[in-house]
Design a protein around this ligand. Sequence first.
Ligand SMILES: Nc1ncnc2c1ncn2[C@@H]1O[C@H](COP(=O)(O)OP(=O)(O)O)[C@@H](O)[C@H]1O
Ligand SMILES: [Mg+2]
Length: 322
Amino acid sequence: MPPLLDIQNLTVTFDTDDGPVTAVNQLSLTLEQGQILGLVGESGCGKSVTAMSILRLLPQPSTRITSGKILFHGHDLLQLPTAELQDIRGSRISMIFQEPMTALSPLHRIGNQLVETLQIHRKMPRKQAWPTAAHWLKRVGLPDAEERMYAYPHQLSGGQRQRVMIAMAMMLDPAVLIADEPTTALDVTVQAQIFDLMHEMHKNNTGMLFITHDMGAIWQMCTHVAVMYATEIVETGTVQEIFSNPQHPYTRALLAAIPANTAPGNPLPAIPGAVPSPRNLPKGCHFSDRCPHAFDKCHAQHPDLYPTPCGQSRCFLSEEKT
Ligand SMILES: Nc1ncnc2c1ncn2[C@@H]1O[C@H](COP(=O)(O)OP(=O)(O)O)[C@@H](O)[C@H]1O
Ligand SMILES: [Mg+2]
């Protein structure tokens, strides 16, 4: 079976007042049927730019996709006519965002927004769409679902709005769900409920690209993981393998920063330093400035991705093992 989603050598460049900036560089990722693939890295690594590229949601004309393909069922989404892409957006590939207001209109009642989505993507008559939408709001655990159909988004809490967005995604039964930090703004109890709903979608055969900065969330949600650092993928593997035998020093640093790995009372280990700006990347390995294992070569040369037992690692220490 071909992969559900196959990103090949994606490069994304922004034209800014200070010249072009490459925010994603030669990135390849494959989401196979049945997987929940986590894309993890600190803020500013290029995760959202990658996600937005898939459905071509980046600002135009200041963004240029300068190389790559994004294959969905064998069709390159980057080459698809806009009308065909519109059909795929929402109904075949859905996206949920950290901030639900990215997807919800502040001017329209929740019910009308759900109904309109069903009318457009499922060709459902309004009479049938209204109870269907209310049913899905119940399914995602929204209290007083029927009344909430008449509410405007600002009358709901952040967690409730997130559920509305998930209801919208679930009711269209997409082949792929892209979730970009969907629970970062929510407390842990609500996060757990949202994760349950996403697991339910996965059981119903939706493949997922799950984006987060939190390795703990990767452990709870994902089957596979790709670690991103400063515009590129630095390690890939199964979740089991990455957690038991991480190869890249950046992956190890992210794992050490999971709260549960810290003894109570001890400060949370932060990774020293900051992600370099894509305008100003180190010459060699992008992580070399912050890496406890960096040697001369790491500062001078940029490493390739080298094979590891279950994936790949962009580190000269992994090159030595191959
Ligand atoms: N519209 C834009 N114009 C210029 N640069 C951008 C734009 N959007 C994002 N970037 C740059 O791309 C980089 C990656 O951003 P992003 O994908 O949002 O990171 P992440 O989601 O991993 O936190 C950042 O350094 C940011 O400055
Ligand atoms: Mg982001």
